[in-house]
Design a protein around this ligand. Structure first.
Ligand code: ATP
Ligand code: MG
Length: 324
């Protein structure tokens, strides 16, 4: 009898060990896959970047959506684990910025990043056309207020980068900013890149990690998605005339994006130019980059010191000794 129980226990322990080993192997594979994805789409050097070198339809040869779904599920679990440690450690903050043309899938990417995460540890801010009050401040004011605090993940759905995108494409928006005339020169965009780079450097030096995603959509795929919004009743609400108007400025936007990335991709705050023609792959690439970054931080739960351990042991003893 005793021997039978012993055998059962060792069988159980063996299975447990192999299970944990399998988990560790899966985790290592996921982390390495994430590193590959991050490397492929990360732009941290300014000079040679050209948007045309990045294919919006790229899926790294992966065709199997089922396989991607599986990977996404695992990546969600891993993200959730990292976020818990980030929160508990209360040292780093993570700022994730999404920029893209309309219908590129920003909302879906935000939803995906958020889905496995404790809502208490994450804030999403959507930046729309500035209000009167916001226009009365310098343009980083509203963004600075929304920078995540230590331990938290902050997601920007659009951001201060609109100041070198939509404001550049439509110069009347710049006029509406009530800047003193002598400050609006032909150098204004270069100056804005410089200010943004300095701002991000400042954030980095204070423990805010900045990751910037450009969801790279083709004009053809945007047309397809707009048509879906027009033709499918459940997608009608997503259609906006303004989006179609902006499509007419496609080339200007692509130039503005290219120049913006050339000027603001840095080592401490890289851009990730993620293919966006296949939503499932976009989400995978975004998750991969974030996992790679968080993994590199080697996050740990805070250690409890000896005095605290003693105190915990005493409280435990007292609780166990209680009758009720
Ligand atoms: P969706 O994918 O649902 O269309 P969205 O991010 O496009 O989401 P909208 O409400 O359609 O949200 O658009 C917000 C608009 O606000 C965008 O056209 C964007 O260019 C504009 N915007 C954001 N920041 C600024 C800014 N600083 N100055 C002027 N316009 C801005
Ligand atoms: Mg829109």
């Amino acid at each position: 009898m005793v021997r039978a129980i012993g055998r059962a226990i060792s069988f159980f322990l063996l299975r447990l060990a192999s299970c944990t080993r399998l988990k560790a192997v899966k985790r290592a594979a996921l982390v390495s896959e994430a590193a590959d994805l991050a490397k492929l789409y990360r732009v941290s050097k300014r000079d040679h970047f050209r948007l045309k070198d990045y294919d919006p339809d790229d899926t790294r040869g992966m065709k199997d959506k089922k396989e991607a779904k599986n990977l996404l599920e695992h990546s969600r679990n891993l993200l959730s684990e990292f976020q818990e440690k980030l929160y508990a450690q209360d040292r780093w903050a993570l700022l994730i910025i999404f920029q893209a043309m309309d219908a590129a899938g920003k909302d879906g990417a935000v939803k995906h990043v958020m889905s496995g995460i404790n809502p208490q540890g994450c804030d999403v801010t959507s930046f729309k056309a500035p209000s009167k009050e916001e226009l009365d401040h310098e343009y980083l004011w509203r963004a600075h207020k929304a920078i995540p605090q230590r331990g938290k993940i902050g997601i920007f759905n659009r951001s201060y980068y609109e100041e070198v995108l939509v404001v550049r494409v439509h110069q009347d928006l710049l006029n509406a900013q009530q800047l003193p005339k002598e400050l609006v020169t032909r150098d204004i965009w270069k100056e804005r890149y410089e200010d943004i780079n300095n701002f991000e450097k400042y954030l980095g030096r204070n423990g805010v990690i900045v990751m910037k995603f450009f969801l790279h959509l083709s004009k053809r795929e945007q047309k397809k998605r707009f048509l879906e919004r027009l033709e499918m009743p459940e997608k009608n609400w997503k259609f906006s005339m303004a989006d179609v108007k902006e499509r007419a400025y496609w080339k200007d936007y692509q130039n503005a994006y290219e120049e913006m990335i050339q000027n603001t991709a840095t080592k401490h705050a890289p851009w990730y130019v993620v293919p966006a023609d296949n939503k499932w792959f976009t989400r995978l690439a975004v998750a991969g980059a974030i996992i790679h970054k968080l993994h590199s931080l080697d996050l740990q739960f805070p250690e409890v010191d000896d005095d605290k351990k003693k105190e915990l042991a005493q409280v435990r003893k007292a609780l166990l000794a209680g009758k009720e």
